[in-house]
Write a protein that binds this ligand. Structure first.
Ligand SMILES: Nc1ncnc2c1ncn2[C@@H]1O[C@H](COP(=O)(O)OP(=O)(O)OP(=O)(O)O)[C@@H](O)[C@H]1O
Ligand SMILES: [Mg+2]
Length: 244
């Protein structure tokens, strides 16, 4: 396998809500120009792991490194500034704001002089957003809103992008478009962590696979080494998308 640089390295992370443990000694790496697909049944802890990585919830133990710098003790804001971006499950864009305004808000940390380049990159990535730049985000279709949410997260130029079920509720044709945009991000060198219920779709873009069961890692392997059936069998709740 091609040697790539690790961008995000999570080691032995444990976290939960109050006294309730949800994640136990979870380790996960995302490499430059790669997709790490994160699988697990409902309630396995995928969203919790993304919240812990971005600093939205506290971790009880473990280490989170971004390009070899320990960010475990940093605030969510500082982690975002350092280059960690998250598109949350059912992420809502600012519906009453225009597409253009949403993108500017996504890149609020950028210097004014840096904005045009990032905006242009967003419109080039998702041309439909350029066509709709003056439309209210709330008037966009579900797929277009998801594209806007991703474009917004990419505005400040993150080093790692965490995508929590970006295809949820979207038509297959839009799902394929989103996957194509992920392939392009890889080519640009982005490290991506992708949570996706559609196992086959996720495997088609994944380089590495991590599967959680009850908050513990049960598979951690190169995507090429992961047997589709074994992965499906590893947890309940995965949808069979072989016909999609
Ligand atoms: N805010 C919260 N407070 C308390 N418990 C929570 C909270 N969010 C999630 N949990 C619990 O933590 C566990 C892991 O949930 P999480 O949402 O991380 O799973 P998931 O793998 O993302 O599931 P899904 O596939 O349904 O999105 C579950 O038992 C859930 O009930
Ligand atoms: Mg979830």
């Amino acid at each position: 396998m091609l040697e790539r640089n690790p961008v995000l390295k999570v080691t032995d992370l444990s976290a939960g809500y109050g006294d309730i443990g949800v994640l136990f000694d979870v380790s996960l790496t995302a490499w430059e120009g790669s997709v790490t697909a994160l699988f697990g049944s409902n309630g396995a802890g995928k969203t919790t792991l993304m919240s812990a990585i971005t600093g939205l919830i506290r971790t009880s133990t473990g280490r989170i490194e971004l390009n070899d710098a320990d960010i475990s003790d940093k605030s969510a804001h500082a982690r975002s500034t350092a280059g960690v971006a998250l598109v949350q499950e059912n992420k809502r864009v600012f519906r009453k704001r225009t597409v253009h305004e949403n993108l500017i808000l996504g890149g609020y940390r950028l210097k004014r002089s840096e904005r045009p380049t990032s905006l242009e990159a967003a419109y080039e990535r998702f041309p439909i957003l350029r066509d709709k730049s003056n439309a209210k985000a709330g008037s966009l279709s579900g797929g277009q809103q998801q594209m806007l949410a991703i474009a917004q997260a990419l505005m400040p130029g993150p080093k790692v992008l965490l995508l929590d079920e970006p295809s949820a509720g979207l038509a297959p044709i839009i799902v394929n478009e989103l996957l194509q945009s992920i392939v392009r991000m890889k080519a640009e060198g982005m490290a991506v962590v992708l949570v996706e219920q559609l196992v086959g779709k996720a495997l088609s873009v994944a380089d590495h696979v991590v599967a959680l069961q009850h908050g513990r890692v049960v598979i951690d392997a190169d995507a090429a080494e992961v047997d589709d059936e074994k992965l499906r069998a590893a947890y309940l709740g995965a949808r069979d998308d072989s016909a999609v």
